[in-house]
Design a protein around this ligand. Structure first.
Ligand code: NAP
Length: 277
């Protein structure tokens, strides 16, 4: 049983399964393996082109639908009033369900008026398309702006977060307003795992480097992590992090890996990020 993070009325399992780049049969199989391994939180998006396979795996699994926290996202070109709701409806059709647990704006749109994006998201919740709503790739100033425009509770901001990337400003904004910070690329796609500090702590604890980094995430208040893998043994490894704890000193040593060039995902439509440490 994974821990959950309480966020403005939502109970979000602290480890979720990411599905970006998992397609077709591999996606269906890996989501099934994730549910077998005890994941109760699955992350997809309209953009991932795998909602049908995610939906099939969830429907075919023995786990009751209400026990699975399912997130999908609306791509940033579809966040105008009307377009956002149509995207959410198309996702539900592909997923084969009548409501997602969490619907996110995948990226803030640089062209649709900001207040319209947030109002459309809130409307989708009122229309019953999602139990909860949230945002993704919003830096701290846009979290504040979103809170000002939202007429429904926002429960999460999904952002890039791993030991190389200082996200204290976003984390503080999320804590101030009760949102979960959902860490994407939580192990920096494997690149942080060879760090000597991580390897050393892993050896001491008899855990793998990925388990150390994922434990570092979920020991932070209000933080959820959604690692992805296409290998069954790693899917199991990444959720098996509940039988040990990191000391405050170990947490600090891992956080000290943050560096100014730690951000990996920075497309041309990205917002102005918080300053790096
Ligand atoms: N909101 C957004 O804009 C956004 C952006 C990016 C990602 N996301 C979400 O976040 C999820 C996770 O992020 P991510 O996929 O970018 O990166 P990630 O989870 O940090 O890393 C995935 C990579 O690490 C490898 N890996 C997984 N477990 C491992 C382990 N225990 N030991 C060693 N290597 C391991 C995987 O390879 P194998 O497959 O070979 O195991 C894969 O190449 C995505 O799938 C997606 O759902 C959201």
């Amino acid at each position: 049983m994974t821990l959950t993070v309480s966020a403005n009325g939502a109970e979000i399992p602290a480890i979720g399964f990411g599905t970006w780049e998992l397609r077709g049969e591999t996606c269906r199989q890996m989501v099934t393996r994730a549910l077998d391994a005890g994941y109760r939180h699955i992350d997809t998006a309209a953009m991932y082109a795998n909602e049908r396979e995610v939906g099939d795996a969830i429907r075919d699994h023995v786990t009751a639908r209400e026990d699975i926290f399912l997130t999908t996202k609306v791509w940033y070109t579809d966040v105008g009033d009307g377009a956002l709701q149509r995207s959410a409806e198309a996702s539900l059709e592909k997923l084969g369900i009548d409501k997602v647990d969490l619907l996110l704006i995948h990226w803030p749109s640089p062209s649709v008026p900001f207040d319209e994006q947030i109002r459309a998201l809130c409307k989708a919740r009122r229309q019953g398309l999602a139990a909860h709503i949230g945002i993704s790739n919003f830096p701290s100033d846009l979290v504040e702006a979103a809170m000002r425009h939202a007429s429904e509770p926002l429960v999460a901001n999904q952002v890039e977060y791993h030991p190389y990337l200082d996200q204290r400003a976003v984390h503080a904004a999320c804590r101030k307003h009760g949102l979960a910070l959902v860490a994407y690329s939580p192990i920096d796609r494997g690149q942080v795992l060879q760090e000597a500090v991580i390897e050393e702590i892993a050896e001491e604890k008899e855990k793998t480097p990925a388990q150390i980094v994922l434990r570092w995430h979920i020991q932070q208040e209000g933080v959820v992590a959604i690692p992805r893998s296409s290998r069954a043994e790693r899917v199991e490894e990444n959720i098996d992090i509940h039988d040990f704890a990191l000391t405050p000193q170990e947490m600090g040593r891992i956080s000290a890996l943050a560096r100014p060039d730690g951000r990996r995902i920075d497309p041309q439509w990205a917002p102005r990020w918080d300053a790096a440490a």
